[in-house]
Design a protein around this ligand. Structure first.
Ligand code: ANZ
Ligand code: ZN
Length: 887
């Protein structure tokens, strides 16, 4: 028996697909709109390391699905490309002087060869790379549309600055106060920036999430990132030395207007514009020192709930508008200048941070909300009655005093803060109202008196869009002394990225482009006078904001894509990729898409209708007792099967870990493809577990799949018999036919639902049965080959050819199953005595009730538990169970 020759089969079919352009697609009108699908992979950044085994996980999943759809009569758009601008190529250029384009192109070539070696059914004619001028031409064009709509603006603002990458970063690129790329602690730097007004789309980005078939976790992350908060802005007058209100005011943002009576002091951010005005001479030295120290901390350090609160008194007071109380104004860094108004009214009884601050600086705490339980205690457990009593008493000062005295638990102002949901107390005419009603009532009252108004805030900030680096899209703008900032004419696009002598970032807040005088000095498109080009470049996210649109019509030189192509394919029906893009790429792309929608250039509100996140493929490593990890090559396995660290002899535990170079546990796809073949790797990655979960790599599992394919090959060498398979068959063929129909059913349903692992299990069941018999009916075997071909396309094509066909299997009709052949003819009947399972037996489907009852009574289990007892009733559920009730 010949060995399964994947080494020759795989290159053979890859060459066939390439030569015949098997997977080229066009906007063919013979397909109904419902039969046009767009299945998209997150395109890779072509790194020098090449493909990771995580890439083929998502790519295999979409490939199987696409192949399945094609065989079901769909026109499938399935493209691949490269997210090719970015820092690593530039950093490499800084080190070696090699042009980033050269490095990037070499990496793209390597990636392409690796991806092709996996047999994916991409339409390679649509391949794009974001760093080529014919691509970034349109990135620049879209930027100009944003600019013309007033969605791109210049501002001198403090931004996140990475001192190591020497560039500004977007908020989304800062993780726990560190640069997402290099891990350096991010500081603040005020430089001139280009900023995109993504906040103008905050509401739509939030609302339209509801229409998407995305994982709830990703939707929630976007929702939290946008962070819509509804509350009120309230004005507090600054107090004159005698305590009376002046005309100056301090504006605060609060989500808890109901707690105004509990505001016992105010806090402003150290960067607040009123700091110097409010600081009295006596407090000046302390305030200056505090403000200096705060500037050195990150937002993360400042808002950490667990951190000890710090602060300083300004020396000034404000007047609480609801009760005329004179309350001190403090400065503290737990108030962020970038949120709300940069100032708060502090309600220490009901806000955790204010509570900690008040305790530390000995500020008054006034309770204004009581929980439902506390209110119920006012009226013997009746919450509503308690609230009523409270309301009546509030109108009468003496009654109120008595109530307060009698119920120190409810009115105790020094108690720990309580939950938001409760009743308003201690708040004049608002006392007794449930919190949910006090909030709008208070806002109404504030609005009527001109003290405050409804306000909405978002956590989302505008998108800092410029980078002070070389390897990115140049911005198509010039600065003219006379006309100011002027956009280039669309006909002058693309604005090419010029060559530079040195890629070293200047660190001054200017990109290396600023050093090329011939490029920087230009003429103004408007007045023809002397002008200078914008030297900032776009961030890496720009290219990936719209690549799914370029695939629709990648060679178009007139438009980013023709409207016909956009209408034919959009939206993306299925988008598969890693979960790490939940807020960056997926939010930015939605924003750009909505802008294009408003311009009438796309017809769907959202780009990606359905999103699936693939789980991470992990590996293993060894862990010391102190939980630190040891690289796999520093470990010896002792004879007893115990792992020890070679250098120290310390015993180690084998644990699941992320693949990383330093742990030396990275699986290289090239190596495993070479050893076991691409079909084995594809199938193994799908067999590891459900697509969405994280799974550890295990080469033994890959070997198992490789044996499965060997077995398929062996089965294919049996004799194939031409017999009809719909009527009466031999016993062994009858059994095989049933497994076959069950297999078609399961593989069809599971493939459609992206449950690839269970589909593969079913194919294994079929092959185990097929392996046991001498010969195979042609109709059954060729349909099985079709099922297999979407998972393992190389062996699929080869076996199809072996069956005598001379064209690709890729467009053969998908097998259909016959439900009649799928159903079992026996079932398991559970025998219960008094509802407890005591035995079981197998019976033909739809066996008569009387027969079931008799058989059940005769089982050992039934006999044992009914012995000496009187059966009072027997319940028979056909095809399921017999329950014998005894006394
Ligand atoms: C009074 C109050 C009482 C508040 C209470 C909360 C609880 P979200 O939901 O995130 O929007 N706040 C307002 N601006 C702030 C800033 N710049 N820095 C830090 N904190 C700020 O949070 C809104 C709440 O956070 C506001 O409501 C304000 O405190 C605080 F029992 O006002 B609250
Ligand atoms: Zn000009």
């Amino acid at each position: 028996m010949a060995k399964y020759p994947f080494e020759t089969i795989e290159p053979k079919w890859q060459a066939y697909w390439e030569k015949n352009k098997t997977f080229k697609v066009t906007e063919d009108m013979k397909f109904e709109p419902s039969k046009r699908t767009y299945v998209l992979d997150m395109f890779p950044y072509p790194s020098a390391q090449g493909l990771h085994v995580g890439h083929p996980e998502g790519y295999t999943a979409t490939d199987i699905y696409c192949r399945y759809l094609r065989m079901n009569g769909y026109n499938v758009l399935h493209p691949m490309g490269y997210d090719a601008f970015g820092l690593p190529a530039e950093n490499y250029a800084i080190k070696t002087g090699t042009h980033p384009a050269a490095t990037t192109n070499a990496n793209i070539e390597h990636f392409t060869q690796q991806i092709k070696a996996l047999g994916f059914s991409y339409d390679w004619d649509r391949c794009v790379s974001t760093c080529t001028p014919d691509y970034y031409h349109w990135t620049q064009w879209i930027f100009l549309q944003l600019y013309k709509k007033g969605l791109a603006y210049e501002a001198e603002t403090p931004i996140n600055w990475c001192p190591s990458c020497l560039t500004g970063l977007a908020n989304e690129e800062v993780k726990e106060g560190r640069c997402d790329r290099c891990g350096a602690a991010v500081s603040r730097k005020t430089i001139r920036q280009w900023i995109l007004r993504i906040t103008a789309y905050a509401d739509r980005l939030l609302e339209d999430l509801d229409s998407l078939d995305w994982p709830e976790s990703v939707k929630l992350m976007q929702k939290n990132w946008i962070g819509k908060s509804e509350g009120a802005e309230v004005s507090f007058k600054i107090a004159a030395p005698d305590g009376s209100a002046t005309e100056d005011e301090l504006l605060v943002y609060t989500t808890r207007a109901d707690t105004l009576h509990g505001a016992t002091y105010m806090v402003i951010a150290p960067e607040h514009t009123l700091v110097s005005r409010l600081t009295t001479a006596a407090q000046k030295a302390a305030v200056d020192a505090y403000v200096d120290a705060a500037a050195k901390k990150s937002d993360l350090e400042r808002t950490d709930l667990a951190k000890d609160k710090t602060g300083v008194f300004t020396g000034s007071y404000a007047v609480n508008p609801v009760n005329g109380d004179k309350i001190p104004i403090w400065i503290s860094d737990y108030i962020l200048i970038s949120y709300g108004t940069g100032a708060i009214m502090a309600v220490p009884a009901h806000d955790e941070r204010d509570w900690a601050f008040a305790r530390k600086f000995d500020l008054p705490i006034r309770k204004v909300v009581a929980s439902k339980e506390e209110i119920a205690s006012l009226a013997d457990g009746n919450e509503a009655e308690g609230a009523c009593r409270l309301t009546r008493a509030a109108a009468d000062a003496a009654a109120y005093e008595a109530l307060v005295k009698a119920h120190p638990d409810v009115f105790n102002t020094a108690a720990e803060c309580t939950a938001a949901d409760g009743y308003t107390i201690n708040s004049g005419t608002f006392t007794g109202m449930p919190t949910a009603r006090t909030i709008p009532a208070m806002i109404e009252w504030l609005t009527r008196d001109g003290i405050g108004k409804k306000a909405v805030n978002y956590k989302l900030r505008d998108w800092v869009f410029s980078r002070q680096r070389y390897w990115g899209e140049p911005m198509p703008l010039v600065h003219c002394q006379k006309c100011g900032c002027v956009p280039l004419d669309e006909k002058d696009l693309p604005l090419l990225l010029p060559d530079v002598k040195t890629y070293q970032p200047t660190g001054t807040g200017e990109s290396p482009l600023a050093g090329i005088d011939e490029w920087v000095n230009c003429t103004c498109p408007k007045c023809g006078g002397k002008a200078k080009r914008e030297t900032n470049t776009m961030p890496q996210w720009a290219g990936s904001c719209w690549y799914y649109l370029r695939y629709l019509d990648p060679h178009n030189t007139k438009e980013f894509a023709s409207q016909d192509a956009v209408k034919y394919w959009m939206p993306v029906d299925l988008y598969v990729g890693g979960a790490e893009h939940a807020v960056l790429h997926l939010l930015y792309a939605r924003f750009w898409h909505k802008v294009l929608y408003d311009l009438g250039l796309v017809q769907t509100k959202e780009p990606f209708q359905r999103l699936v996140n693939q789980g991470m493929i992990t590996s293993f490593a060894f862990q010391r007792k102190n939980k630190t990890l040891v690289a796999t090559d520093a470990v010896t396995e002792t004879e007893s099967g115990v792992f020890v660290e070679t250098a120290t002899g310390e015993k180690l535990e084998r644990v699941i870990a992320k693949m990383s170079k330093s742990l030396k546990n990275v699986v290289n796809p090239d190596d495993v493809i070479k050893e076991y073949g691409a079909d084995s790797v594809r199938m193994y990655e799908m067999f590891m577990g459900p697509l969405e979960v994280s799974k550890p790599w295990n080469t033994q599992g890959l070997i198992g799949i490789n044996r499965f394919l060997e077995k398929i090959w062996a089965v294919s060498e049996k004799s194939i018999v031409d017999i009809p398979v719909d009527g009466e068959l031999d016993k062994e063929f009858t059994a095989l036919r049933k497994t076959f129909h069950k297999t078609v059913k399961k593989v069809t349903e599971d493939t459609a639902a992206l449950n690839f692992n269970t589909a593969i299990s079913q194919m294994m069941i079929f092959i185990n049965e097929a392996a046991k018999i001498e010969s195979l009916p042609r109709a059954i075997w060729s349909d099985f080959v079709k099922l297999l071909s979407v998972y393992a396309p190389h062996i699929g094509e080869e076996l199809w050819e072996k069956l005598g066909h001379d064209t690709t299997i890729a467009y053969e009709p998908w097998p259909v199953y016959n439900e009649a052949f799928c159903t079992d003819d026996t079932c398991t009947i559970v025998v219960q005595v008094n509802g407890k399972k005591r035995d079981e037996f197998s019976a033909a489907i739809d066996t008569d009730k009387a027969v079931l009852e008799k058989t059940a009574m005769e089982t050992d289990g039934a006999k044992r538990f009914t012995e000496g007892k009187v059966p009072v009733k027997v319940i028979v559920v056909p095809n399921k169970l017999v329950n014998i009730v005894v006394k």
